[in-house]
Design a protein around this ligand. Structure first.
Ligand code: ZN
Length: 611
């Protein structure tokens, strides 16, 4: 492990990270927010934009609503109006500080993807706009869970998911990643429940919670969860929130968290957000994890019992630099968030578990990337996307994640790790608390590392497909799996697989093709019981192969899995496999039972797939 660079906060002792932010503030104030041109927001940043948001909301679990006020402190460029994004919100009244009374506002026509523009009349003197509103139970960002949908089944649960453009469905806001704001919040929740946010909890008593986020963040990172939660510390600056019955398993699974933070700091500089906690949500959470600052939101499907799926936590932690510090200016530049993060995740994993382990992950990603390159329309296989008129969700493919990562690996391979690490350190430092687009990235890297000019970065970024200089990763561990699989050694000697990790099993299952008979499936199940695997990655990979081979034995477990788990990464390939093998009616029947457990992010994709 490399030498650990202590965070500035630790070195300075009494100096908090808020002050660290203050010292950067002049730099941040130079951000050209007024120049933001984001096709996924109605906001007119050249007129007026939010710099700080204060939320004061009551969470009503019976009505499934959040009600209260969103107060925006604004930078006003002599404007007569300010425009916010809203979707499925009820706007009650709006008060500005200079008028001291209700002001006129107008709500424009609805766009299915973007929602509606909320235009508020202001004067050049307005510095604060208070929007009184409530959400609807159908808000796309907020998922209200009944006690039955939680692990403990005793209390209801709520969580929000803002990325990409869902924050506007629970907060009236200028919903673009290009504008970074600070926020504070006050929530009233039922007495027995705990509220947590992507912010520091500054006070809590009798169901009233207060929060502060003093570092500027893009608003898709504003996040809230409310439930019966316990907290357990994992180290000096890390810990885990979970439902009581899940706590022990979560605590054990994440015991390497502090080491991960140390490894990440050793690579790319101080962790900027003081505290790093993880909250394990109920299974309906649509993503593997969401990198909400200070508090990663995670799916329970990564609790495998052997830490084998915690690379996901390395990924979310890496976002504390790539994405949360240096943020994509628009969703067309999404690869800047995810490509860097997958690369960084691999480096953390390599520090903690060795190169062999990281290489296996890279090869699994590479194979996933090849599959998506075949599926996607050519224009969507360019790193720089063009999502105008479409949902930013369309850009959440392996292209941003894995093609982005492989381009960075290619640069490293060509210029050397030491030099590339120096570059990345200066990159994160230069763009911290700012946003950038792809063109700014290109300008920056061409200036700092002129030797990349011969590496065809433009081809990677603006052309479809995978350029010929993509690195080739080899893995001796996977070669062994391949040999075992092909000569069927595992049948005579199942113990030859004893030291395999999840990645080796995924490689094994990935090799199953149409030559496999039902007998082959039965034999493998008899030896390894894949159908009943408690490891969600292994189970999902096995189910997909089984559906395609018409190995019907898996269906009861498949159905139970789909009804319980709402993680889109698993749902899409499984429902698609059923659809493509003539089992769409079965898929629809399972989906009818499962749909109430899924978040909008997942139902939106599955509705389209199974329509
Ligand atoms: Zn990510």
């Amino acid at each position: 492990m490399k030498k650990i660079i202590l965070s500035l906060c630790v070195i300075a002792g009494m100096v908090s990270c808020d002050n660290q932010y203050e010292s950067n503030k002049n730099q941040i104030d130079k951000m050209e927010t007024k120049d933001i041109n984001d096709v996924h927001s109605y906001a007119q940043f050249d007129q007026a934009y939010t710099t700080h948001l204060f939320l004061d909301l009551v969470a009503d679990f019976d009505k499934k609503t959040l009600t209260g006020v969103a107060a925006h402190t604004i930078q006003n460029n002599n404007a007569s109006e300010i425009v916010f994004d809203i979707k499925d919100l009820n706007i009650d009244k709006i008060i500005t500080n200079d008028e001291g009374k209700e002001v006129k506002f107008e709500i424009g026509a609805e766009d299915k993807i973007l929602g509606k523009p909320l235009t508020v009349q202001i004067t050049p003197k307005t510095t604060r706009v208070e929007i009184y509103y409530s959400t609807n139970p159908t808000s796309e960002a907020v998922q209200w869970l009944s006690p039955q949908q939680t692990a403990d089944k005793t209390d209801p649960f709520l969580f929000t998911q803002g990325e990409a453009i869902l924050t506007r469905s629970w907060i009236p806001i200028q919903d673009s990643p290009g504008n970074k704001i600070t926020y504070s919040a006050r929530f009233k929740v039922p007495d027995s429940l705990t509220a947590v946010m992507s912010a520091k909890t500054t006070s809590h008593k009798n169901g009233e919670f207060e929060f502060e986020m003093n570092q500027p963040i893009p608003c898709y990172l504003i996040a809230l969860a409310i439930g019966k939660l316990e907290y357990k510390s994992l180290g000096a600056r890390s810990g885990v929130y979970a439902e009581p019955s899940m706590m022990e398993a979560c605590y054990n699974e994440f015991s390497d968290l502090e080491k991960m933070i140390d490894a990440a700091e050793g690579l790319y500089g101080p962790y900027a957000w003081e505290q790093y906690d993880v909250i394990v949500l109920p299974p309906s959470f649509p993503f593997g994890g969401m990198e909400n600052p200070r508090l990663t939101f995670a799916t329970p499907t990564i609790i495998a019992g052997d830490k084998s799926l915690t690379s996901l936590i390395a990924h979310e932690l890496a976002h504390s630099w790539s994405g949360n510090l240096a943020t994509n200016a628009t969703w067309d530049d999404f690869w800047l968030n995810e490509g860097f993060t997958v690369y960084f995740e691999g480096r953390i994993i390599e520090e903690l578990y060795g190169k062999d382990y990281a290489d296996m992950l890279s090869i699994l990603s590479y194979n996933g990337l090849l599959a998506e390159l075949e599926d996607l329309p050519a224009q969507d296989t360019r790193l720089k996307l063009d999502l105008e008129g479409r949902s930013p969700d369309d850009g959440m493919s392996a292209i941003a994640y894995d093609k982005g990562c492989f381009m960075l690996m290619m640069i490293e391979e060509n210029i050397g790790r030491e030099k590339f690490d120096q570059f990345l350190n200066s990159y994160f430092d230069h763009f911290k608390f700012k946003n950038l687009n792809t063109e700014e990235f290109l300008a920056y890297i061409n200036e700092k590392l002129p030797e990349v000019k011969k590496l065809n970065l433009e081809e990677w970024i603006y052309k479809p497909g995978l350029p010929s200089n993509c690195p080739k990763i080899v893995s001796a561990k996977f070669d062994k799996v391949d040999a075992n699989f092909e000569s069927k050694i595992y049948l005579e000697n199942p113990r030859s697989t004893n030291d395999w990790t999840t990645h080796e099993w995924l490689r094994f299952i990935g090799k199953i093709d149409t030559s496999w008979s039902i007998t082959d499936f039965e034999q493998a199940d008899k030896l390894f019981d894949f159908t009943n695997s408690g490891n969600s990655e292994i189970a999902a990979a096995w189910f997909e192969k089984s559906i395609r081979a018409d190995y019907k034995i898996v269906y009861p477990q498949l159905e139970a899995f789909l009804v319980k788990v709402g993680r889109r990464k698993f749902l899409t390939p499984l429902y698609r496999a059923m659809k493509e093998t003539g089992n769409i009616e079965t898929a629809r029947n399972i989906y009818a039972k499962a749909r109430p457990n899924y978040h909008f992010v997942s139902t939106n994709t599955m509705d389209a797939l199974l329509k």
